[in-house]
Design a protein around this ligand. Structure first.
Ligand code: CU
Length: 488
């Protein structure tokens, strides 16, 4: 009887303890999702010493802050208006922070007191300013930093919230200043710094609007109407078609961890950032504290950012895209990460046909819109033809057949020293004009895939084929627009 009572008491007592523990646990959980009141107040972090920030041009980032204490950090940034290439043979007047699009990368830690010196180069034509999303204060600094050419503005702010933030010009017309390339990223590292990784890179997407159509040669002016209609001619990483391909591709070695600091300057489009053949192990969603794991594609809002991290496990070419896929294959939003090292067949066999994404779809044999462009772009000399053809190639064929015409094993046949190409000019014209499907053999390798018909003018097809025939050990044939017209 007594023993029984005792047992009931003990059970009840244990029950009570369990409930208290559960309650405590719940409290702890609540702390994880912080309310505004609960977010750490960083305004009283002490500043020790003074330092001038090292800024970097994309795709590089300054060294990590590590465990350094908060400092007074001097940032010197110069606004430069300059002509640059937006694509092969296409020039554009960029307005830049530090001479590059995106602007120089600024790396700080939480609690830093940033003394920002913004200089507007005397040769510039317009006043500018800067709005940093990392600033707590009116206009993100825009009001205090508004300056005419040949002037310098100084203002200061304390970094209160860790994260990755966009900065941009906010001078009217704001859309135009951003559309011309006036944006960049500022990183505020948490106390103790971000976890170390092997490789860090800086990539920012932007959309551009030109009076001429995509790829139209020469100096192109900004087109306000297209910008308002969000009808972009170029959507690019780091200010230029092919800024991150060929010799300028990002690199890593098998086994390394890679961190990409990603931003989107807009002005209009949201990026669906994806790396073909990789899965992000961790994504710092919107550049903030929230970490998501095992992500295929992450959204980067216009005027927003994200940090993605992944380990590279197998060698190869990994293609960075905005998965709004026409932007990648037709407007320039395509970059490359080349990974070197040992194959690992347990992870990727290499035997199964490569999962390269065939953008126009394996089954679609021709483009819906068969409109033939008729404008007169007649080229005279062979050199002119090759030059223009190269630009068509870099915009149209390169994504599949690669920069040196080497193709991708198992997916896209080579154009370099291709016996198929050199054997029969008319057949090659037909391939570009009408597309190609079914099994073919190129240099002894069989391919059974589909190439969509290319929506190009006779002149463009003549030029691109002439470029291909006069490159990479091919037969040096010149193709004329008339020959293409006969096959159409
Ligand atoms: Cu500006």
């Amino acid at each position: 009887m007594k023993a029984n009572q005792l047992r009931i008491y003990i059970t009840a007592a244990l029950f009570g303890v369990a409930i208290i523990l559960l309650g405590l646990n719940a409290c702890e959980k609540e702390k994880e999702a912080k309310t505004t009141e609960e977010v750490v107040d960083n305004s009283n972090i002490e500043v020790k010493g003074k330092e001038t920030a090292v800024l970097t041009a994309p795709p590089l980032v300054p060294a990590p802050v590590g465990k350094r204490s908060a400092k007074k950090l001097i940032v010197e940034m110069e606004i430069i208006e300059e002509v640059g290439e937006i694509s092969e043979g296409v020039e554009y007047v960029f307005w830049t922070f530090g001479g590059t699009v995106p602007g120089s990368f600024i790396r700080t830690r939480v609690g830093d007191e940033v003394e920002f010196h913004l200089k507007n180069h005397p040769d510039n034509k317009l006043p500018h300013n800067i709005d940093l999303h990392a600033v707590t204060g009116p206009g993100g600094g825009a009001e205090s930093s508004f300056i005419a050419p040949g002037r310098e503005a100084v203002f200061s702010f304390k970094t209160l919230n860790p994260g990755l933030y966009v900065y941009h010009c906010a001078t009217a017309p704001v859309g135009m200043h951003i559309a011309n390339g006036m944006y960049g990223l500022i990183l505020v590292e948490p106390e103790g710094g971000l976890k170390p990784v092997d490789k860090e890179y800086y990539i920012m997407q932007g959309d551009f609007y030109t009076v001429g159509k995509t790829g139209e040669q020469g100096l192109q002016a900004f087109d306000m109407e297209k910008a308002i209609n969000e009808d972009a001619d170029y959507v690019v990483f780091n200010g230029k078609v092919n800024a991150l391909t060929g010799d300028q591709a990002l690199t890593a070695k098998v086994g390394e961890t890679v961190r990409l600091f990603l931003g989107n300057g807009g002005p209009n489009l949201v990026s669906s950032f994806h790396v073909i053949g990789e899965i992000f192990d961790a994504v710092h969603v919107e550049g903030g504290d929230l970490i998501n794991n095992n992500v295929q594609t992450t959204i980067i809002p216009a005027g927003g950012a994200a940090i993605v991290e992944f380990k590279v496990d197998v060698p190869g070419s990994f293609i960075l895209v905005d998965h709004s896929i026409f932007r990648a294959f037709n407007k320039g939003a395509l970059g490359m990460l080349n990974v070197e090292g040992e194959e690992n067949e347990a992870i990727y066999s290499g035997k199964i046909k490569e999962g390269i994404y065939l953008p126009e779809g394996g089954g679609t044999h021709s483009m819906a819109d068969k409109k033939v462009k008729t404008e007169n772009t007649a080229t005279k000399t062979l050199e002119e033809r090759i030059k223009h053809g190269k630009s068509v190639y870099m915009q149209t064929c390169f994504a599949c057949h690669q920069a040196e015409g080497q193709g991708i094993a198992g997916a896209f046949p080579p154009l370099a020293e291709s016996d198929y190409l050199n054997e029969d000019v008319n057949r090659s014209i037909d391939v570009v004009l009408k597309g190609l499907q079914g099994e073919i053999t190129v240099n002894g390798e069989t391919y059974n895939s589909a190439m969509p018909a290319q929506n190009l003018s006779d002149e463009e097809i003549a030029n691109v084929l002439t470029y291909v025939y006069n490159s990479w050990g091919n037969s040096k044939k010149e193709v004329k627009a008339k020959e293409v017209a006969q096959r159409r």
